[in-house]
Design a protein around this ligand. Sequence first.
Ligand SMILES: Nc1ncnc2c1ncn2[C@@H]1O[C@H](COP(=O)(O)OP(=O)(O)O)[C@@H](O)[C@H]1O
Ligand SMILES: [Mg+2]
Length: 382
Amino acid sequence: MLRKIRLGLIFGGRSAEHEVSLRSARSVLQAINRDKYDMTLIGISKEGKWLAGPDPMAALAAGSGDAASRQAAASEAMLSAEPGKRELLAVTANGSGHSVKLSAIAELDVIFPLLHGPFGEDGTMQGLLELADLPYVGSGVLASALAMDKAMCKHVLRAAGVRVTDWLVVTRAEIERDVDAVAAVAAGRFSFPIFTKPANLGSSVGVVKAHDFGELVAGLRESARYDRRVLVEPGISAREIEVSVLGNASPLASAVGEVVPSREFYDYEAKYVDEGSRLIIPALIPADTAQLARTAAVAAFQAIDAAGLARVDFLLDRETDELYLNEINTLPGFTDISMYPKLWEAAGLSYPDLIDRLVALALERQVEKDKNVTLFQGARSA
Ligand SMILES: Nc1ncnc2c1ncn2[C@@H]1O[C@H](COP(=O)(O)OP(=O)(O)O)[C@@H](O)[C@H]1O
Ligand SMILES: [Mg+2]
């Protein structure tokens, strides 16, 4: 029999989506086929501390305030950025001095960085894994960073012929200097309602729907709390349509789902606090609109050079029936009841099989990467 795949599951992290990540990780742990995988759990605290065995999930739940429980449940850990090691290291204090001792905890074949938002989904974690030369699930550095940056992503999508809502980028410095002037420019360009959002974030944190000039001023200030760059967009009266994409070089699009938010828009409360938001699979939209969404989802995935998985979210204008790509999530919510896996389940791919497929895609990508000639192997002599 083939030996088990040694899978490192990373969860938690420094973003506002820490808890969402824990939920996704619990689902994966429950569903994953233990006959195929040796699991190593790696929890990252909200402060950015890496924690490994025996129970990093419990250690994160204990929080930083409860140092004793945390220490009992997990040891500090790290990944070396050096290629070829592929080991998770335990970090322990070496006597009473300042020195530390590193010891190998586990060897890893592949990593599933199940992190959402900044410091996980945005290319930073992917950068570390690239340095370590460890295969990992999902997109690489560029696609992760592009998808996380709503402003840059729009440039690339527009160039690829994918329709996005119009936008304006303003900086925190401009907002701090003269917020009324910034609001006046935005209000001159778009009609209300107007959305403001941090360029790099997720889970609707810092996203504001402004109905008038006063709310726009407040919205600009609120969004600027979370990022140096703020996006301003015309608000569209829209249905929210989502497509799951899976694959590397020849990605497939799932059926189309619809989210019906429990509130005026799909804000943080509607996503995680209210129980009232509904997922409808398949979305009750005309077949040609659904096909347009699936085609645009794959085009967007390829335009940013995504890999493995992405959930592509659209706004379907209720008045004009125009479809706008709103955002690409390269590490979408991944609990067994999240939209991404649900859409695949509807296509006949179960949640455990989806996990297998993602790991296989990660390993396939590494094989592709290993074909690259690197300087280390010696440049061809002239
Ligand atoms: N231009 C827009 N028009 C209408 N609704 C929008 C617009 N932009 C965002 N929204 C609403 O705000 C929610 C969160 O915005 P989004 O850009 O998806 O940020 P996040 O990455 O935080 O999910 C969307 O799901 C949608 O409900
Ligand atoms: Mg969104």
